[in-house]
Design a protein around this ligand. Structure first.
Ligand code: FAD
Length: 435
């Protein structure tokens, strides 16, 4: 076990929590700081899918064509409105440069390593530590409304099978309804069934995990924003500048010129999700993250509730049946740090579900929600030391797979901090100068 030192984790989302877990297991004294409440940002009401099959990143052959079509379309699942946002234009250009087969495959290998480790971790950890989070490992259905897209997937499935051992079972027409009777007959062309996938209720995972961490001696500080680092010598950070942020509900950090306190530690982890670029200058690098806004609706379980979680591929709408509720989620907007809850986008979720499901909506709506996915142009997170400080590790940019890759990320973070030989090859997640 490494010598016990003090580590401050900045950001109490799922990535910060998983980092705290592995650091505490490695014998470190850990404090987690959040500008708002622990687990209340993007890790709160996302779809909770744990899908090792989500190997391929968003950029890939054909993605630019789809992106341009989306910019021209008024009410599609993907909405891009860059306006005068120079950073977003730059990010879109970088994304475009990654839209080729070579980057898709290398991105796939980087994601696969995180996904596979994390899936195995959850399957053991959640029942062993008795975390009550509606965890179920019964697979996931990718439902296609059109025969064309269902069949186009044959080729992708062959690659998933050969390269990643993640092949799925094709269900055509009635075979799908026989497997999942919650689907209306004659509405879908079929589906691909991924038996290795699982799902859970993310806010319950965060709450349960936090409780275990408190019991293990991890300290949590809420409503406290980090604005920057204090140097300790030439290449190390000695402390962070923080201020109490009673206005933490304001999603976009304002420039702060008031009184800050200094918190000292031996090492720091930056797990600030979509907000990470606000610390770029302090970190001495350009972490290329844009918020990819997604929505969800949480309801009571309908009486004809699906047994399997599913994604309607053509509409990009996900359904998560949970023991304690029922969620419809997804859609993607690139509109900067916009924090309005658009009822039109929630309407798209309802429409997508209504197209295929016997009983698409549960009785009472418990929560209408949006979150900012921390999107990177190549679909890979950055898990690496900051170029400016050798004792600051960044773990951010988990795109649409933060819950399903958190354990592997936390493990790598703890190994980078304690100087242990990394279990996973860290190179795919390196911070580069450009993107
Ligand atoms: C609709 C939707 C569906 C999704 N479905 C899935 C899914 O099925 N499976 C999956 O794996 N992923 C899914 N995701 C993606 C997933 O939610 C994210 O990848 C993940 O939550 C990112 O976790 P994080 O810890 O990096 O960020 P967050 O959860 O956003 O946490 C970052 C934290 O940092 C804090 N912070 C920021 N700046 C500062 C600062 N300066 N000082 C102090 N604290 C700070 C914030 O307050 C926040 O609490 C979905 C996302 C959306 C929107």
């Amino acid at each position: 076990m490494a010598e016990s030192k003090r580590v401050i984790v900045i950001g109490g989302g799922i990535i910060g929590l998983a980092s705290a877990h592995f650091l505490a297991e490695a014998g470190q004294k850990v404090t987690v700081i959040d500008r708002g409440q622990i687990g209340a940002a993007c890790s709160f009401a996302n779809c909770g899918l744990i899908s090792p099959s989500h190997v391929f990143p968003l950029p890939g052959p054909g993605a630019v064509r789809h992106g341009i079509a989306a910019m021209l379309k008024k009410n599609g699942p993907l909405r891009i409105k860059p306006g005068l946002n120079v950073r977003l234009w730059w990010w879109l250009t970088q994304f475009g440069l990654h839209c080729n087969l070579r980057d898709r495959m290398s991105g796939g290998h980087g994601r696969h390593a995180l996904l596979s480790y994390s899936r195995e971790f959850y399957v053991n950890f959640i029942p062993e530590r008795k975390i009550d989070c509606d965890f179920e490992a019964n697979g996931c259905l990718m439902v296609h409304g059109s025969q064309k897209t269902l069949d186009e997937f044959d080729e992708i499935n062959a690659v998933l099978d050969k390269e990643f051992d993640m092949g799925a079972q094709k269900l055509v027409g009635n075979e799908l309804v026989a497997k999942e009777p919650a689907i209306k007959p004659n509405t879908a062309a079929g589906a691909w069934y991924y038996p290795q996938d699982a799902h859970l209720r993310p806010n319950m995972l965060v709450a349960g995990w936090k409780k275990l961490l408190v019991d293990a001696g991890v300290e949590f500080i809420e409503s406290t924003s980090v604005t920057g680092f204090e140097m300790n010598g030439k290449s190390k950070a000695g402390g962070i500048r923080v201020y109490k942020s009673p206005d933490a509900k304001v999603e976009r950090p304002k420039k702060f010129s008031g009184q800050t306190d200094l918190l000292e530690a031996d090492s720091f982890v930056v797990a600030t999700g979509s907000w990470t670029p606000f610390l770029n200058r302090e970190l001495g690098c350009n972490i290329p993250i844009q918020p990819g806004k997604g929505y969800s609706l949480t309801m009571q379980r309908p009486s004809v509730c699906p047994e399997f979680p599913m994604i309607f591929e053509n509409e990009k709408v996900a359904i998560t049946p949970m023991a304690s509720g029922y969620r419809i989620g997804s859609t993607m907007e690139f509109v900067g740090y916009n924090n309005t809850l658009q009822s039109q986008r929630l309407g798209l979720l309802r429409e997508g579900a209504s197209k295929y499901l016997q009983e698409p909506l549960g009785k009472a709506v418990e929560l209408e929600w949006f979150g900012w996915r921390p999107m990177t142009p190549n679909g890979l997170p950055r898990i690496d030391r900051s170029p400016r400080f050798k004792n600051v590790v960044v773990a951010a940019g988990h795109n649409m797979i933060g819950v399903m890759t958190a354990p592997a990320t936390g493990l790598l973070v703890s190994e980078l901090i304690t100087g242990k030989e990394p279990t996973l090859d860290p190179r795919p997640y390196a911070i580069r100068r450009a993107s």
